[in-house]
Write a protein that binds this ligand. Structure first.
Ligand SMILES: *Cc1c(COP(=O)(O)O)cnc(C)c1O
Length: 259
């Protein structure tokens, strides 16, 4: 189609970026989730990510998750559910990020009504001031409650960094997360499937082999789709020329900048 302006998306490059990140992550025992919100979960883009070897797709909007529900992938809602939308959360997301007991209780009811088991990753705040409790005791108590709710399965512990407060992922804050995850496991006699440490902003730490053992998930969006990570710097082993804006020039004239 000759409609301008338009964005050409190089899906093969997104697949290559994903393949490379999946393989670099595997060297560090990390299995990335593929974040689709940068492209509003356009199914073609989601498929390009899946073709690169990712099995879990993550997005911050339910309307986006709805668009990719038909794809063969697990889905993760990348933010805290609102109480008014727990039914849709259970319908469109296999996993969600959580920090409030009332929300977990509502998700539990919705999951039971739909005959499903909804998986939850409990979030802990390591200083970025986004979601989750600050105190270990608070997070441990919430995890304990989560394991007792029917229809709910506690599958992980996570944290968000380099987002609201600009606190970078570090070996120190990532180690705190791993230690807390081990405590949750001991406390509840279970094994957590996910210790979800950071976004693309954590790739540098991982590539320098400074990501502590035990962090096994990074949530990757910008690195797969645009080849960038912390501070929007290029990520090694990725290409940045994935999206190309194309427009027609309708006038070429040289003019002074002041009227
Ligand atoms: C958007 C988002 C990500 C992905 O961040 P990128 O910088 O695009 O990799 C990870 N985690 C959460 C919670 C997000 O909202």
């Amino acid at each position: 189609m000759n409609a301008y302006p338009r964005i050409n998306i190089h899906l093969d490059t997104i697949t290559d970026n994903t393949k490379n990140m999946v393989s670099v992550c595997a060297n560090h025992n990390v299995k990335p989730a593929g974040v689709t919100k940068l492209a509003c979960a356009l199914p073609e883009v989601a498929n390009a990510i899946l073709a690169g070897g990712i099995t879990l797709l993550a997005d911050s909007r339910l309307s986006n998750l709805r668009k990719i529900k038909h794809l063969r992938a697990q889905t993760l809602l990348l933010r805290l559910p609102a109480l008014s939308e727990v039914e849709e959360v259970v319908e469109f997301a296999d996993i969600s990020l959580n920090s409030e007991l009332v929300t977990l209780q509502a998700l539990s009811k919705a999951a039971q009504a739909q005959g499903k088991r909804h998986q939850v990753i409990v979030m802990h705040d390591l200083g970025d001031l986004r979601e989750g409790g600050f105190f270990a005791e608070e997070t441990l108590a919430l995890c304990r409650e989560a394991t007792h709710l029917p229809g709910i399965e506690l599958v992980g512990l996570g944290t968000n960094l380099a987002c609201y407060g600009g606190v970078e992922p570090s070996s120190s804050n990532q180690s705190q997360l791993v230690a807390l995850a081990r405590q949750v496991e001991a406390d509840n006699q279970l094994t957590l499937q996910y210790v979800s440490g950071a976004s693309s902003a954590g790739l540098g730490l991982m590539m320098r082999s400074e990501l502590p053992e035990g962090v096994n998930q990074l949530r990757l969006g910008a690195s797969l789709l645009m080849g960038i990570g912390l501070n929007d710097d290029p990520v090694p082993h990725t290409r940045q020329d994935t999206f190309q804006l194309e427009a027609e020039i309708i006038e070429i004239k040289v003019k002074p900048s002041v009227p």
